[in-house]
Design a protein around this ligand. Structure first.
Ligand code: G3P
Length: 273
C-alpha cells in the first residue's frame, strides 16, 4: 500500500518526505486554508503560486492532488485545465481532485457534473482523483468515468454513523472496522458499517470488474485504521502527519530503546567508532 501525506503544509510535507518512504500528497481547500492561515497568523507573506510550486517540488516524482473549487461541469473542467497547465510543468506530478457529485445547498450544479468532468479530463490525459466518495456505487461510477484515484472518506463515514446514533467522539478516536453493535444490530449507513468497510467494499467491486482505478483510502485518523485500510486492500492511504508518525510508534519500542541504550557497553561503542 502506498502512503500519501494528507496536508497542504510545506513544513509537514517536507518532514514526511524526509522519511524516504512517502508516495504522494493530497490536499483539499480546507487543508490549504489551514496551511495559509497558519503562516498568515505568523505574519508571513505568502505568494500562493510559489507556495504550491514548493509542494510540487518537494513531492517531485510522486502525485500531488490539487482540488477544484468550482462546482459546475464546465467551470470545473475549465478550472482543472488552468490548474493543470499552470502547475503540472513544475514537477509533472499534478492530479486534479474532482468531487463525485458537486451538488450542495445553494449550488446550481447537476448530479452528473462530477462524472462528466472526470470523463472529459481523463480523456485528455489529465489524471483525476475523485473525492468525497461515501458509497461503493459512487466509487464504481468514478472509476467507470476514468478516475485514476477514487477516494473514500473513511473517517467521515465513521463520524456520520456516530453522530446519527448520538455517540460522542473525538475525531481521532478509533472506530471498529466491523462496526458498532447496539441491541444486536450493527449501526450502519445504507449497508456500510464503517469507513474501513466502505474501503473494503470498493476494493471488492474494483477487483470483481478489473477496474484500473486505485482505491485511495482518505480521512484516516489513526494508525490502526491505516493498518485496516491495508488489510482491506486499499492501494493508497493518505494520512495526516501525526498518523504517519503513529505508524512507527509503540510503547514497547520506546521502552526497548531506553533499556538498550541504558545497557550500552562503553567498549562496544569504542570498538564501533
Ligand atoms: O483527504 C481527505 C481528508 O483531508 C479528509 O480528512 O479528517 O477532514 O475527514 P478529514
Amino acid at each position: 500500500m502506498k502512503i500519501f501525506i494528507d496536508s497542504a503544509k510545506v513544513s509537514e510535507i517536507e518532514e514526511a518526505f524526509s522519511s524516504g518512504f512517502l508516495d504522494g500528497v493530497t490536499t483539499n481547500p480546507s487543508l490549504l486554508k489551514v496551511a495559509v492561515d497558519e503562516l498568515t497568523a505568523r505574519g508571513e507573506e505568502i505568494d500562493l503560486a510559489q507556495y504550491i510550486e514548493r509542494i510540487l517540488t518537494v513531492a517531485e516524482g510522486t502525485p500531488v492532488s490539487l482540488e477544484v473549487t468550482e462546482y459546475t461541469y464546465e467551470r470545473m473542467v475549465e478550472q482543472a485545465k488552468r490548474i493543470y497547465e499552470r502547475f503540472n510543468p513544475v514537477a509533472n506530478n499534478v492530479y486534479i481532485k474532482i468531487p463525485i457529485n458537486p451538488v450542495f445547498n445553494g449550488a446550481e450544479a447537476d448530479e452528473f457534473d462530477g462524472l462528466k468532468a472526470i470523463k472529459e479530463l481523463s480523456a485528455e490525459n489529465i489524471p483525476v482523483n475523485c473525492t468525497l466518495i461515501f458509497t461503493p456505487e459512487q466509487a464504481l461510477l468514478a472509476a467507470k468515468a476514468g478516475a485514476a484515484f477514487v477516494s473514500p472518506f473513511a473517517g467521515r463515514i465513521d463520524d456520520y454513523i456516530r453522530s446519527q446514533n448520538d455517540i460522542q467522539f473525538k475525531k481521532e478516536d478509533y472506530f471498529p472496522a466491523q462496526g458498532i453493535w447496539r441491541d444486536e444490530q450493527v449501526l450502519e449507513d445504507n449497508g456500510v458499517v464503517s469507513g474501513i468497510d466502505l474501503v473494503e467494499q470498493i476494493v471488492e467491486v474494483f477487483l470483481r470488474y478489473d477496474m484500473t482505478a486505485e482505491v485511495l483510502a482518505a480521512s484516516l485518523r489513526n494508525a490502526r485504521q491505516a493498518r485496516e485500510a491495508a488489510l482491506a486492500g486499499a492501494d493508497i492511504a493518505t494520512l495526516p502527519l501525526y498518523v504517519i508518525k503513529d505508524l512507527v510508534s509503540h510503547y514497547k519500542t520506546r521502552e526497548g530503546m531506553e533499556k538498550f541504550i541504558g545497557d550500552v557497553l562503553p567498549e562496544y561503542v569504542e570498538l564501533t567508532k
